[in-house]
Design a protein around this ligand. Structure first.
Ligand SMILES: [Fe+2]
Ligand SMILES: [Fe+2]
Length: 151
């Protein structure tokens, strides 16, 4: 058995992954210009990873006799990741991605702690694995931010 807190965090993580997929996909389409190409490619790769996270989190909820939320329960939260007015404003997208990754890192850290407390090592292990992916995404986009800020 696991705790309600673990279930709540898994459901939040699932919603966030789906919102991330939506915004990465939109930005990968909207951005224009030669300088945006690398960012768009990176976003496209990450979309597949974030979708994989949602799948794993959703399956874990099912194993715990819960279920992932559908769209009626969804609340959008990624204000800073909305496609920029100026489609060449790559830095705005990079900063939005960093906000999303920071938020994911915080959620998975909380999930690691909550699962440990609940004596649920399987969820804890999953949260650690996904946390490592999110930290890698953050590192990649911190590199992009540095590059674009210095130009
Ligand atoms: Fe993710
Ligand atoms: Fe990520």
């Amino acid at each position: 058995m696991t705790s309600d807190r673990v279930i709540d965090l898994l459901r939040k993580a699932y919603s966030d992954e789906i919102e991330t997929v939506m915004n990465y996909q939109t930005n990968a389409i909207v951005l224009d210009g030669v300088r945006a190409e690398e960012i768009k490619e990176s976003l496209k790769q990450d979309i597949q990873e974030e979708l994989g996270h949602a799948e794993q989190i959703g399956q874990r909820l099912k194993q715990l006799d819960a279920r992932p939320p559908g769209s009626a329960e969804f609340t959008a939260r990624q204000d800073s990741l909305q496609p920029p007015e100026d489609s060449t404003d790559v830095l705005s997208v990079i900063r939005g991605v960093l906000d999303a990754e920071e938020d994911a890192i915080e959620t998975y850290r909380s999930l690691v702690d909550a699962a440990e407390e609940a004596g649920d090592p399987v969820t804890e292990d999953l949260a650690v694995t996904v946390l490592a992916d999110e930290e890698a995404h953050r590192t990649e986009f911190r590199g992009f931010e540095k590059e674009y800020r210095d130009e």
